[in-house]
Design a protein around this ligand. Structure first.
Ligand SMILES: NC(=O)c1ccc[n+]([C@@H]2O[C@H](COP(=O)([O-])OP(=O)(O)OC[C@H]3O[C@@H](n4cnc5c(N)ncnc54)[C@H](OP(=O)(O)O)[C@@H]3O)[C@@H](O)[C@H]2O)c1
Length: 295
């Protein structure tokens, strides 16, 4: 066994993947991990340095032998695949079954703590796939790690998941969201924190980790918008009728609706974010200001 953790990463080119990869490459360069990138036929490898080992996977019924070779010796397999690749992670689990080196498979969760009841909403079917992946890992005896987050900063400020319109100086309120916190995970924090946690894989085995770096109330949003725009932000209301309709719509609207309900009901599930050494946090107002300049 290597003296530093051997970490495989698939899905390194996505939103979450890129951010973690940047930090893992630094750890690789510093000799703190040995990074192995897993790629598919046609994946973009142009950003992967020459000294990082690259192994091909084939995530279908005929890839078993190839995938076994690809996961050989990995102590951690980190998957940050997007929605299109979630189900295909079962092929990675099949390859990891029986591995003596593996400590944990960090699957592509990076979602909030959804309850079984919340996942009944038709628009949340895409998220339910993750449960299937976890069940498959349990069946195959593959240890797993769930990384749970809040709504991503980009999702909140650009795609208005919580009903925030920075430029229009408006904040939507649902139920008690004016006084309850919205969990937000900024992508740079997620990348830094996840990469740091991967340095100690033993601590991740069969664990669920919570990672979020902001928890502003609806009032904090109203105050930040008011400061940024120099005039009183307007509060609008998200109705129960709209909520029910959005839950039945496509994933974008349905997940936004479910996030608003979590916020309104303060129903985020377990907390307890681990200490992340060296992370320099900023104030919520600074975060909102940065996004105001981008949207
Ligand atoms: N909490 C939140 O607010 C929030 C928001 C968005 C996403 N998420 C979650 O974060 C995770 C990552 O999402 P993301 O937005 O970063 O994803 P993304 O940007 O769509 O990631 C795309 C990545 O997935 C890989 N991929 C695509 N199709 C694949 C397939 N069929 N098989 C294997 N790999 C495939 C791609 O690899 P190639 O380079 O090989 O194409 C690429 O690296 C997901 O679990 C998602 O649900 C959470």
């Amino acid at each position: 066994m290597s003296s530093v953790p051997v970490i495989g990463h698939i899905g390194y080119s996505g939103l979450v993947g890129k951010s973690i990869l940047t930090n893992l490459l630094e750890h690789h360069k510093a000799g703190k991990v040995r990074l192995v990138v897993l790629y598919r036929e046609g994946s973009d490898l142009s950003q992967i340095p020459d000294d990082v080992e690259k192994r091909l996977v084939q995530l279908d019924d005929s890839g078993a032998e190839q995938n076994k070779k690809a996961v050989e010796g990995l102590e951690v397999l980190l998957s940050t695949v997007g929605a299109a690749g979630l189900k295909a992670q079962t092929y990675l689990i099949d390859a990891l079954e029986g591995s003596k080196a593996l400590k944990t498979f960090v699957h592509s969760d990076f979602g909030t703590n959804w309850s079984a009841k919340e996942l009944e909403a038709p628009g949340l079917a895409v998220i339910k796939v993750k449960e299937h992946v976890v069940e498959h890992a349990e069946k195959k005896g593959v240890p797993i790690t769930n990384i749970r987050v809040g709504a991503f900063d980009v999702y909140v400020f650009k795609f208005q998941a919580g009903g925030t319109d920075i430029k229009g100086n408006k904040q939507q309120i649902f139920r008690n969201s004016l006084k309850n916190p919205l969990r937000i995970t900024s992508i740079p924090y997620l990348g830094y924190a996840t990469a740091q946690l991967l340095l100690k894989p033993q601590q991740l085995v069969n664990q669920t980790i919570q990672l979020y770096d902001f928890s502003p109330t609806g009032q904090d949003f109203v105050d930040a918008l008011t400061k940024i725009n120099g005039s009183q932000a307007v509060i609008t209301h998200y109705s129960e009728e709209q909520y029910q309709a959005d839950l039945k719509a496509g994933p974008g609207q349905a997940i936004g609706a479910a996030i608003k309900a979590k916020w309104g009901d303060d129903n985020w599930g377990p907390d307890g974010v681990p200490d992340i050494e060296g992370w320099k946090s900023k104030s919520f107002e600074e975060l909102a200001k940065e996004w105001a300049a981008q949207v």
